[in-house]
Design a protein around this ligand. Structure first.
Ligand code: KIV
Length: 274
């Protein structure tokens, strides 16, 4: 039978990423928010695609991730899911889609799964959302956790600096990671925490950790695609490695096009109809 799961021996599932940790194979994860880029990175072999609420920043130009709505996340996730054949697709639950009650969180997670075809959802937070995570997982929806710097709480932290440098916060983070694992998370993102702490968390969990600014010891790594492709020159944190300079590529291509149009060199004879 050719079902979505049945015909996809090579498809990445939540089970695959847990197995990757057990087998010592690192997990690659990138964000995407639209069909074209999702197809490109899926075909290039990324294991996990996160439809991040960072869409609020890179797609919509907001300063924080707070303004993006559930309907907007559903729209972006639908665009990505249409493109993806191999990668596991994770959809971020946006700010206030899961914090009010567990019941509302489950309804919203259900909307994401039913309306988009995403494979799982991601929530930010530790002990305060553990019961909610359990409820969502119990309903059959896989959940990825997110600890450390959790951008939806930026107004509580007041800064995007490295988290959990102090002993007490580090201890809490280790406990939170354990609680998320017990609640049923299949993986957890660790954002902007000291590498030593990420190593400790990674070694204490059976589920994989996926780091962003959390060092090499995590079971996988995630970057915002626009940052690693060099589309965004203004954002230069230490943890981003630029694998391309698409800002320059696009700048030069558009500049050449504008010049050709002005100089009447585009379109040429081969680019028009008789
Ligand atoms: O929204 C996002 O892009 C994220 C990553 C930074 C992990 O949550």
């Amino acid at each position: 039978m050719s079902t979505q799961l049945g015909n996809a021996a090579k498809k990445i599932t939540t089970r695959t990423v847990v197995d990757m940790k057990q087998n010592g194979e690192k997990i690659s994860m990138l964000t995407a928010y639209d069909f074209t880029m999702a197809r490109l990175i899926d075909q290039a072999g990324v294991d996990v695609i996160l439809v991040g609420d960072s869409a609020a920043n890179v797609m919509a130009g907001h300063e924080t991730t707070l303004p993006i709505t559930l309907d907007q996340m559903i729209y972006h996730t639908q665009c990505v899911v249409r493109a993806v054949e191999r990668a596991l697709v994770v959809a971020d639950m946006p700010f206030m889609a899961y914090q009010v009650t567990s019941k509302e969180a489950l309804i919203n997670a259900g909307r994401i799964m039913k309306e988009t075809g995403a494979h799982c959802v991601k929530l930010e937070g530790g002990r305060h959302i553990a019961d909610t995570v359990k409820k969502i997982v119990d309903a059959g929806i896989p959940v990825m956790g997110h600890l450390g710097l959790t951008p939806q709480s930026i107004y509580k932290f007041g800064t995007y600096k490295v988290r959990a440098k102090e002993e007490e916060e580090a201890r809490e983070l280790i406990e939170d990671a354990k609680l998320l694992e017990e609640a049923g998370c299949f993986a957890v993102v660790l954002e902007k925490i000291p590498s030593k702490l990420a190593k400790q968390v990674t070694e204490s969990l059976h589920i994989p950790t996926i780091g962003i600014g959390a060092g090499v010891h995590c079971d996988g790594q995630v970057l915002v695609m626009h940052d690693m492709l060099g589309l965004n020159r203004e954002f230069n944190p230490r943890f981003v490695r630029r694998y391309a300079d698409l800002h320059t590529v696009i700048d030069e291509a558009v500049g050449a096009y504008v010049k050709d149009v002005k100089d009447k060199k585009f379109p040429g004879p081969q680019e028009q109809y008789d």
